[in-house]
Design a protein around this ligand. Structure first.
Ligand code: PM9
Length: 460
């Protein structure tokens, strides 16, 4: 009988330089996580074996990007790298005006300060930590208008990043368009598990917002990964390139904030891009207060050059197929061990469902935080909590209790191999086998803003 031969994908690059990893003992890991207050953000990276804390700023740059770094024009004003970046942003994303910032939240700060006034409502397809905080600090209130499927980790809907148009319409009716400066639309919705929005949904969003004169601001941090899923799943897009789909996505929006530390394959950088000349003029003026001159925005010339080159590499079909392919490989391996994960598998990592993994730990005892600490203890793999700790508190001081209580295994781009993915899945499976013996945590220190970064915990 003929056996089916698997058609594998492989990385579209070869390795030119390696960074050696350290592996400390179980006793040393126990001491390290205790000293870190059971918060993986507070670990020293030298104690980490495989670092899946984030895909932010952790990518491996290409030889071309490194060569670009040597072409940095470190002039205070008018660096040629800025003009190169501006040209690439116009060509690849289609936005007219560019204001560079040191990273994504720099752009969020400026945009929120310009567009939001006290009492405004900002509807969006699920919150993101820094984005919502900047909206709140500017006097606004975030309103979740993502489809209900996004809050269900087991629902297989292919576009769980979609906006619920009825919810959005009700929101506009309730508050009036005057109180809604823009809709905050993210591609590859991070907190939902890297879930994509469809072009069909974007078209509806454009039509509705146009009718009411409301802007659409795009959190385009992982737009190329979203384009990959459109290519794979949306009718009529199978033969379109990721580059073409990315441009089409951006065309339904009025501007964007970008953390270039993800999709765009750089270790630092971001920008605000906008089509409206007046908003641009204001942003260009404001950036000098918070970031730096409008032709560098807190970045070195070499950073802008690496970003310009990284943006082009990010929309290459082969790159994106291997990038998401590696994430899918890890997810399928975890599922083969029975580990409960968010489905469908998203673009930038595997999100393990801590509620199903540790059903005996109630949410106020931080199951996802607990699980992240346990994974580190088992193998030195560092992951991140994306549940009740990340969700933080409402303006009235009450905790948000999100439906999703997840541990994110975020895959840096072009950094780890398939063998690393095997080690990660096996470690998760080992912890899953002894799950009944795991106890929750209590929070012993809570900072005021974005508490997940610096909070400390103790075992119960
Ligand atoms: N995301 C992440 O690990 C890094 C910091 S928060 C733990 O996922 C979106 C969708 C993001 C994002 C950062 C930012 C902020 C905005 N939008 O970190 O300031 O995922 O460059 O970007 C992180 P910056």
């Amino acid at each position: 009988m003929k056996t089916m031969i698997r058609k594998s994908w492989a990385e579209p690059y070869k390795i030119k330089m390696v960074e050696l990893l350290t592996m400390i003992s179980h006793t040393q890991r126990n001491k390290a996580i205790h000293e870190a207050g059971y918060n993986t953000f507070l670990l020293r990276s030298e104690n980490v074996y495989i670092d899946l804390l984030t895909d932010s700023g952790t990518s491996a740059m290409s030889d071309r990007q490194w060569a670009g770094m040597m072409m940095g024009d470190e002039a205070y004003a008018g660096s040629r790298n800025f003009y190169h970046l501006e040209e690439v942003v116009r060509e690849i994303y289609g936005y007219k005006y560019l204001v560079p910032t040191h990273q994504g939240r720099g752009a969020e700060n400026i945009l929120s300060k310009i567009l939001i006034k006290k009492g405004d409502i900002i509807p969006g397809n699920m919150y993101f930590t820094t984005t919502r905080l900047h909206q709140e600090l500017a006097g606004g209130k975030f309103e979740d208008v993502i489809i209900a499927e996004a809050h269900d980790p087991e629902n297989e809907f292919p576009f769980k990043g979609n906006i619920d148009m009825d919810k959005l319409e009700r929101c506009i009716k309730k508050y009036s368009a005057k109180r809604i400066p823009y809709v905050s639309m993210a591609t590859s919705v991070n907190m939902a598990g890297g879930q994509p929005i469809s072009v069909a949904n974007l078209k509806e969003l454009r039509a509705l917002t146009k009718k009411h004169g409301i802007l659409v601001i795009h959190d385009m941090t992982r737009v190329a990964e979203n384009a990959h899923f459109i290519q794979q799943r949306e009718r009529g897009y199978a033969n379109k390139s990721i580059k073409a789909i990315v441009k089409e996505i951006c065309s339904y929006t009025d501007g964007a904030t970008m953390s270039a530390k993800k999709d765009a394959l750089v270790n630092i950088g971001g920008f605000l891009a906008i089509n409206d000349r007046d908003i641009f003029e204001e942003a260009r003026n404001m950036v000098v207060i918070y970031e730096g001159l409008h032709t560098y925005g807190g970045l070195a010339g070499r950073d802008m050059e690496a970003m310009a080159i990284g943006i082009r590499e990010s929309v290459n079909d082969n790159h994106m197929h291997a990038r998401v392919g590696q994430v899918v490989y890890l997810g399928e391996k975890m599922m083969s061990y029975g580990v409960p994960i968010v489905r469908p598998i998203g673009g930038h990592g595997i999100f393990v469902d801590a509620k199903r993994f540790l059903p005996h730990i109630p949410q106020h005892q931080f199951p996802a935080q607990t699980l992240a600490a346990e994974i580190f203890l088992d193998s030195g793999v560092r992951t991140m909590e994306r549940g009740v700790v990340s969700a933080g508190r409402k303006a009235n001081g009450e905790n948000y209790y999100p439906k999703l209580e997840l541990v994110r295994f975020t895959i840096p781009r072009r950094v780890y191999t398939q063998a690393h993915m095997d080690v990660i899945a096996e470690s998760t499976a080992r912890v899953f086998e002894r799950r009944e013996f795991i106890n929750g945590l209590k929070m012993v220190y809570e900072p005021k803003y974005l508490r997940f970064f610096q909070a400390r915990f103790a075992p119960l």
